[in-house]
Design a protein around this ligand. Structure first.
Ligand code: SF4
Length: 246
């Protein structure tokens, strides 16, 4: 096996990643990837692959801006202001001893609900969506990538939030309050995958007008979960993941 230069490898880069190596912009610097995949590409080929993936996620970052815009527009239509959107009182309770376990916390429950909502959305959209034919049709807007993103993260978000809440519960019980703890790192990757899912949903929102209402419901639910996780884990966004956030 040909490995990228070992000097380039970043220790622990895989600790807080999304485990989506096919879409990762850091394969050339990840020992886990190179060992697990038995990758045969040279270092420069891996760097090229990584650069393509970095460009892909940059484009998705632009889609996320649109997702936020749609959610704001919806809020205005419903008579809500930006301040109302910022308030989160339902899901963002501290993960303290009133919960017997992390799965009971409202953020965990909302993440599990989201996974089910995704299945319902795809089941309801089936008739018009005809996944395979529509995804393959070059004359249709490209749904392949947003669907791939949504499906990849659909069952990723819930266990990450449960783990983060569990970590926070343990920290509270032990009187620990360190910003660079595992709970914040885990909450950060949950937030990143929520952001990416929101971006992907915004592409489906504009591409499938007949599904506008149900897509908007998903966008709103996921956005509420995002804001709640940010409240419960205020240090998560600034957590520095090895290599990924440098
Ligand atoms: S850092 Fe990237 S390449 Fe390494 S395990 Fe995570 S997703 Fe895969």
């Amino acid at each position: 096996m040909t490995m990228a230069g070992e000097a380039d490898l970043i220790p622990g880069i895989f600790s807080y990643c999304d485990r989506w190596c096919e879409r990762c912009a850091f394969t050339a610097r990840c020992l886990q990837f190179q060992v697990e995949s038995g990758e045969q590409k040279s270092g420069s080929a891996l760097h090229e692959f990584d650069a393509l993936n970095a460009g892909f996620w940059q484009e998705m970052g632009e889609a996320l801006v649109n997702a936020m815009r749609y959610i704001r527009e919806m809020a205005i239509k419903q008579g809500l202001g930006v301040d109302d959107l910022q308030k989160e009182t339902v899901l963002s309770e501290p993960p303290d001893s009133k919960y017997r376990n992390a799965r009971e916390h409202p953020c965990s429950a909302a993440a599990l609900l989201y996974a089910g909502m995704v299945n319902e959305w795809f089941a309801a959209a089936d008739d018009i969506f005809e996944e395979e034919s529509l995804l393959m049709n070059p004359n249709q807007p490209s749904f392949r990538e947003p669907v791939e993103i949504i499906r990849h993260y659909q069952y990723f978000i819930y266990p990450k939030i449960v783990r983060a809440v569990e970590g926070r519960m343990n920290d509270i019980a032990s009187g620990i309050n360190e910003p660079d703890n595992d709970a914040n790192g885990t909450a950060k990757i949950a937030l990143i995958t929520i952001d990416r899912s929101l971006a992907a949903w915004s592409l489906l929102y504009t591409g499938l007008p007949s599904q506008e209402d149900s897509t908007l419901s998903l966008l709103v639910h996921l956005d509420r979960l995002r804001r709640s996780v940010e409240v419960v884990f205020p240090a998560a966004r600034s957590f520095v993941r090895p290599g990924l956030d440098a």
